[in-house]
Design a protein around this ligand. Structure first.
Ligand code: GLY
Length: 373
């Protein structure tokens, strides 16, 4: 008996989600063709701070928290396998988060978080003002309380996307750029993808185009509402050696230290359409916020401002899973603030769904059609 031909799969979008899915599918022997309207990682991924913080991003009992916790549990093994596949350096660590309260209201907010973490049995540590500065001396002397979640982490996203793309390519995946796909049509068992003037045929297509996903029209299917939400992110160069040792969060900004002396400060949340400019107001707000939280930041140099458009859905959950009417077209988009955190989970469920016809029960939460009124 001859060998079965590998499944031909197109992935539209080469950000963190598309790259993670491509690598996972190619590792299982699929023939993967990626398409990106710019270049890999040039959308929201290049402006991501890479925080892996489900207990900060998700609210108690929410589906987002459940998905985030599930994905975080996959991170260490996922990174280890990627490092075995390619020698592309990127920093990734479970260095924890320190959430800081600078006012009585913020203390009350942190106490509520502390109560539900205790109720859920999540490892955390509570600190009063002086203890916060002993633990993290770069924090403001005005700190009234702090909450440490040691299981949280961060990853350097641009380098991670480079590693994923290198791994996927090593396994035979291709990536065509710039190539904007605006039409996809499943007829029987074939999916037709229009790439410029030509039409390519695939066995399966994954739409992972982030904020631009609604430009990919699927024949006979309404447009899925995914809207861009701008995030501006500062890259500072910290002055001297005494950098923050972990990700520090306030109510107006969060920070992520990198081993090379960079401190990332994120991020604005702005509903301004497809406007990828940085603004004076956005930069000022982040500088004020980080200066209040970590006063040493006033001596830092401003190395760069990055801007990305987070793909948001109405309920802030991703659109993840096959279309009910077109089962050979899978959505993997709309991850909003948590595309990086949810990348290992997304790659795993999409790969199992396409190659093994295995539907993870959690896909019921992310069924794409739920957002079609
Ligand atoms: N995940 C944090 C942000 O989107 O700003």
């Amino acid at each position: 008996m001859g060998q079965l031909a590998p499944l031909r799969i197109a992935i539209i979008g080469a950000g963190i989600i598309g790259a993670a899915i491509a690598d996972a599918l190619a590792a299982r022997g699929a023939s993967v063709s990626m398409f990106d309207m710019r270049r890999p990682g040039a959308g929201a991924s290049q402006a991501s701070a890479g925080v892996l913080c489900p207990y900060t991003e998700g609210s108690p009992g929410s589906p987002l928290l459940a998905l985030g916790v599930r994905s975080l549990a996959m991170w260490d093994g996922w990174v280890e396998r990627l490092r075995e596949s390619v020698d592309v350096p990127f920093s990734c660590a479970r260095s924890g988060t320190l959430e800081v309260a600078l006012s009585a209201d913020e203390v009350a907010h942190l106490q509520r978080a502390r109560a539900w973490l205790s109720a859920e049995g999540i490892t955390h540590q509570w600190m009063e003002g002086a203890q916060v500065r002993e633990f993290e001396p770069t924090v403001s002397t005005s700190a009234l309380a702090g909450l440490v979640i040691s299981g949280h982490g961060y990853v350097q996203v641009p380098a991670l996307v480079t590693a994923l793309m290198a791994s996927a390519r090593r396994r035979g995946a291709t990536c065509e750029t710039p190539a904007e796909i605006i039409h996809v049509d499943q007829r029987r068992d074939v999916v037709y993808v229009r790439v410029g003037d030509r039409v390519d045929e695939f066995d399966h297509v994954v739409i992972a185009a982030g904020s631009w996903s609604r430009r990919v029209r699927v024949a006979d299917v309404p447009v899925f509402p995914v809207r861009p939400i701008r995030g501006q992110l500062l890259h500072l160069k910290w002055p001297g050696a005494a950098m923050p040792q972990r990700s520090v969060w306030g109510t107006r900004c969060y920070t992520v230290p990198w081993p090379d002396g960079s401190l990332l400060v994120g991020a604005t949340v702005e509903d301004v359409g497809f406007d990828e400019r940085s603004t004076v107001a956005g930069v000022r707000d982040l500088l004020d916020a980080v200066g209040e939280l970590l006063p040493g930041a006033w001596q830092a140099s401003l190395a760069e401002v990055r801007v990305g458009l987070r793909p948001a859905t109405v309920d802030h959950l991703p659109l993840l899973g096959p279309l009910a009417s077109h089962p050979r077209i899978t959505m993997a988009t709309g991850h909003y603030r948590n595309g990086v955190l949810l990348a290992p989970y997304t790659a795993d469920v999409v790969t199992r769904q396409i190659l093994d016809n295995d539907r993870d029960p959690m896909l019921a939460l992310t069924r794409p059609e739920r957002v079609l009124a």
